[in-house]
Design a protein around this ligand. Structure first.
Ligand SMILES: *Cc1c(COP(=O)(O)O)cnc(C)c1O
Length: 431
């Protein structure tokens, strides 16, 4: 593959943008090689500046469950553009999107729209603290909830990818009330709540973690969290920015049958434009201004363009629900089974974690990866070599061992054949 145009663009980018990218994982630092610059997306494919085509296994890191430039979403956005892009005043569209969200995720009685997942989680936590009158929050190692100061302790995603122990620029005092526990560990949870349970405002987690690679909850873990938070009056926040509308129309909470107090959404809910949301029980959400004393605001929050994209995305998913989610399960399982078989065939030890259309191939001797410590033992050098083989042969897999791949409904059976063929050769190449 020719990458000359991408290379030249990267050179220019490095001069005016830190690391040449607007979000760290895009720089390929953890896998080696230079990033490719994307010119356009077509359904399940990306096309780069040199005209190379890639099967897109990240879908912009989650939002593009239906692939790039879905004609119905594009046409709705185009129609809205002519009517104005932002008003700073309420619109009917926002009401419709809020209704669609509350209907899809019944634990959300009231919802506030914001512009990113980061805003959603930091605002949800502020509301939980305002509601409980408590300061301490609990999060889990390897979970990522956006880049707010107090959430960057032992975080997944880019922090894990770059191997940063902590984030510079975050005063120690800002994370003083953030307690971090290992994921999937009931004992540490019980011990903590047994000692300071009544001081804890909320527990926030990714119900299926995507940001240390895909790591599902162990049997009974989410139930345990529900019981213990209720017992101590702490708010349980499911960060479904990644899993919302992906693991089922009602998110991970529908899939696992757990009702959290609050939920954060992003990615898919914006239909490919910047939009996030946080919501939950009405009595908590009514603490938010202008009803209550918890301030939160945004100039472009609920802007009609992003809201239109989100509304059309949700309409498409609601209409196609049965077919779409069954198909995503099927290709997810097929891809995971093939990855296991192909790696074994090449003599490479891997553990493949998969839930629906989320999938991670951990290059590890460990047969189970259920927390951040285990994920971190993966052979990231071999993963990087495998990633580069995949890219060079037309598969855009996440450029990090600690990020989930996202399959999309736009992928055909022959696209999955193509994925398997390339993965087979890539495993053999790094054996
Ligand atoms: C992506 C992500 C976020 C942050 O969303 P941004 O839109 O990138 O700010 C928060 N939580 C989870 C679980 C995510 O996957």
């Amino acid at each position: 593959m020719e990458h000359e145009k991408s290379r030249l663009l990267f050179e220019e980018a490095l001069k005016v943008i830190p690391g040449g990218v607007n979000s760290p994982v895009r720089a390929f630092k953890a896998v080696g090689g230079d990033p490719v610059f994307i010119e356009r997306g077509e359904g399940a494919y990306l096309v780069d500046a040199d005209g190379n085509r890639y099967l897109d296994c990240i879908g912009s890191w989650g939002p593009l469950l239906l692939g790039h430039a879905h004609p119905r979403i594009v046409s709705k956005i185009s129609a809205q553009l002519g009517r104005g892009t932002t008003f700073g005043a309420p619109t009917k569209l926002e009401v419709r999107l809020a209704q669609a969200i509350c209907e899809a995720v019944p634990s959300i009685e009231k919802v506030r729209l914001v512009s990113s997942g980061t805003e959603a989680t930091m605002s949800a936590i502020r509301a939980a603290r305002g509601f409980t009158g408590r300061d301490k929050i609990v999060k889990f190692e390897g979970n990522y909830h956006g880049h707010a100061d107090f959430l960057l302790a032992k975080a997944g995603s880019g922090i894990a990818t770059l191997g940063l122990p902590e984030c510079a620029g975050v005063p120690v005092a800002y994370t003083a009330d953030t307690i971090t526990l290992p994921f999937n560990d009931v004992d540490s949870l019980e011990t903590l709540f047994g000692t300071i349970g009544t001081e804890i405002a909320c527990v926030i987690l990714e119900p299926v973690v995507g940001n240390m690679g895909c790591v599902p909850p162990s049997d009974g873990y989410l139930q345990k969290l529900r019981v213990i938070t209720s017992k101590y009056g702490a708010v349980l926040i499911f960060d479904e920015v990644m899993t919302g509308f992906r693991l089922s129309y009602g998110g991970a909470q529908e899939r696992y049958g757990i009702t959290p107090d609050m939920t954060t959404l992003g990615k898919i809910v914006g239909g490919g434009l910047p939009l996030g949301a946080y919501g939950g029980r009405a009595e908590i959400m009514d603490k938010v201004a202008p009803v209550g004393p918890v301030y939160q605001a945004g100039t472009l929050s609920g802007n009609p363009v992003a809201v239109t994209a989100g509304l059309e995305m949700l309409s498409l998913l609601r209409e196609g629900k049965e077919v779409i989610y069954a198909r995503l399960e099927q290709i997810g399982e097929r891809a995971a089974d093939s990855m296991r078989a192909l790696a074994a065939n090449a003599g490479i030890p891997v553990t493949v974690n998969q839930v629906g259309s989320m999938i991670t191939v951990f290059f590890t001797q460990k047969t189970v990866v259920k927390d951040f410590d285990q994920a971190k033992r993966s052979d990231t050098v071999r993963f990087g070599a495998w990633f580069r083989e995949m890219l060079e042969h037309g598969i855009y897999w996440p450029p990090s061992q600690f990020e989930s791949a996202f399959l999309s409904y736009a992928m055909s059976d022959s696209d999955i054949d193509h994925l398997e063929k390339v993965a087979e050769a890539a495993f053999l190449a790094v054996a």
